[in-house]
Ligand binder design. Sequence first.
Ligand code: DC
Length: 225
Amino acid sequence: MIAVAIDGPSGAGKSTIARTAAARLGYLYIDTGALYRSIGLYALRKGADTRDAAQVGALLPEIHLSLRHENGVQQVYLGEENVSEEIRRPAVSMAASHVSAHPAVRQFLLELQRSIARENNVIMDGRDIGTVVLPDAQVKIFLTASARERARRRLLELQQKGEPVTFEEVLRDIEQRDYNDTHRAAAPLRQAEDAVLADTSDLDLEGSIALVERIIREKGQEGTK
Ligand code: DC
């Protein structure tokens, strides 16, 4: 099996870039952020304080999460409910950032992520895929862009969905999540030593996809696991 790990901060375009590259190269695309978001959503619905490790940890045994691919598109289910749309709400983004700091949550999701990579050729995107989840991935990419550029892109996305937000709000949100993601004790966001850095600040979407595809083809030729 071949595994491609793509890590990087919020809004770097990881999911769009990874999804498109996976479709073109014939890999299964796995968006691991959707798993953390689903746990965040569940905790919000239960009225838990998402910053509180004990409250969130107590909910884990009752959470039934699964990823399914429908027409090649990843869908995430909480029990039998498809929550793929709802987990994109800004309130859920912040809840996901909070719950992802709890070691019990990370442990809960570790085996699920690894088992998918054992059975499929994957492009998996997240924050700790190259460092923790799949340290033996043949290809590791650290995908980033400046905070302002990421905020500009995220604002466009949210506006298209009719979310009433301003650039400043989106930028603040991104900076807050960057801080949370890089400063948490459990599996903080950082570039793996053997990851290739891909900065997309000055690239459009097609240019970013082409860059990632090139890295995967070059590195992927160096071996299979
Ligand atoms: O990529 P995203 O914005 O959908 O991720 C949502 C949150 O989950 C984000 O704050 C970081 C966290 N996350 C993580 O800690 N580890 C991952 N592998 C994926 C996401």
